[in-house]
Write a protein that binds this ligand. Structure first.
Ligand code: EPS
Length: 390
């Protein structure tokens, strides 16, 4: 079973990720992970923090001489900003003249953030004790874990990509195939396949920054090369679409997730929603005409591309803050404002790709098992042979 966990505060010493259940014999180097960490840090619209951080992974366990061992893989990413927060975020008690670090404490919750419900739930008077973990900084650890899952999928010729569909209400053209524009997506400042839309999005981000506002958007993750039959219809929690939705919805600020045509299915008749089935005698496989299902039928992959789309709300930290209440004296105040991003939709798309890869890798291992890559590969090939021509 593949399982994983992250830990770390935004201005703490480091972020950590542990993934267990990855087969042995997978070629893995820090560079594979660092490439995705750098991508997550990018994207036009990020704030000053990104010029402080240079995310690099430190592989602490589970890999020897560039090969996984089958033991838990522990990954660490240092927060370079830690040097400015050592005292304010110290794990040990401060006393005497060191005093509690009052200048870092916050009592004015930001609408849309974890600040208010988190402070009530965890019985905290200082909102910093909530926001340090709810911060999207923690998604660096998720990306590190997801890039390990993506590395395993590559060995099975299964590839993932993410791209931006819209920012601040500006959308890419309908007919764009992101696989055809993979180069353009990775060179884009917004990971956007449509240069014209990208220019308009950048203008919109500049406008929001000038107005002390923030912007959300929509991004999409696609998985190519997956065979039919991972996930299952037999139990709700084994449905692949359900697992993907949970994973992507778990990314900070995501408020909606769609698979394939998504909400579009509700307004069309069945004949315009379901993808007709045909048989391709050359590849000995069933195919679908169209992919409104987003590659998933009955909670299982159907052999078509997996298409997962998500809507991200604008970041709740506004430089022109909304109305709030001071939790110390219940007075009406403006919400807390501190250095933040104007738009983190491109970064979130990289996080979503990581989350999707983790879910797909877990489902692949559930189906095919294997403690080593050789065993996984053999099981995988045997299954493909079994269903070929059926
Ligand atoms: C975040 C606030 C900002 C973002 C941060 C998420 O950090 P800071 O408060 O240090 O300026 O830049 O995102 C990251 C640090 C990151 O690596 O993505 C928040 O409050 O969620």
């Amino acid at each position: 079973m593949l399982r994983w966990l992250t830990a770390g505060e935004s201005h703490g010493e480091a972020l950590l990720g542990i993934i267990e259940g990855m087969p042995s014999g997978l070629y893995l180097e820090a560079d594979h992970i660092d490439k995705y960490l750098a991508k997550r840090q990018g994207g036009y619209g990020r704030g000053a923090r990104m010029s402080i951080e240079r995310d690099r992974v430190n592989i602490l366990s589970g890999v020897r001489h560039g090969m996984t061992l089958g033991s838990p893989i522990a990954l660490m990413i240092r927060n370079l900003d830690w040097k400015n927060w050592k005292e304010k975020m110290a794990p040990f008690p401060l006393s005497g003249s060191d005093g509690p670090a009052d200048d870092a404490s916050i009592s004015r919750p930001r609408p849309g953030h974890a600040d208010l419900p988190g402070s009530l739930k965890y019985n905290q008077t200082d909102i910093r004790n909530i926001l340090e973990r709810s911060s999207a900084r923690g998604t660096a650890a998720t990306v590190a874990l997801g890039s390990v899952a993506g590395r395993m999928m590559q060995e099975l010729q299964i590839t993932a990509m993410a791209h931006i569909v819209s920012i601040g209400g500006i959308s890419i053209k309908d007919k764009i195939d992101p696989w055809q524009c993979e180069g353009a997506v990775s060179n884009s400042r917004l990971y956007c396949a449509d240069a014209e839309a990208e220019a308009a999005m950048i203008e919109e981000i500049d406008r929001a920054r000038h107005d002390g506002d923030t912007l959300g958007g929509v991004f999409e993750v696609r998985i190519r090369g997956l065979h039919p039959g991972i996930g299952s219809h037999v139990q709700a929690d084994r449905r692949l679409d359900g697992q993907l939705a949970q994973a992507v919805m778990g990314i900070p600020a995501v408020k909606g997730v769609e698979v394939g045509l998504g909400f579009g299915v509700a307004s069309r008749p069945g004949s315009k929603v379901h993808d007709p089935i045909c048989y391709d005698a050359v590849s000995n496989t069933y195919r679908h005409i169209g992919n409104n299902a987003g590659g998933i039928e009955g909670g299982m992959s159907n052999g078509e591309e997996i298409v997962v789309r998500a809507a991200m709300k604008p970041i709740p930290t506004l430089m022109k803050p909304l109305d709030s209440v001071d939790m110390m004296d219940k007075s009406a105040v403006s919400a807390h404002a501190e250095r933040s991003d104007v738009c983190a939709v491109p970064a979130a798309s990289v996080v979503a790709e990581a989350e999707v890869c983790l879910v797909i890798a877990r489902a692949l291992l559930e189906k095919h098992g294997g403690d080593s890559m050789a065993e996984l590969q053999e099981n995988y090939n045997a299954y493909k042979k079994l269903i070929s021509g059926r």
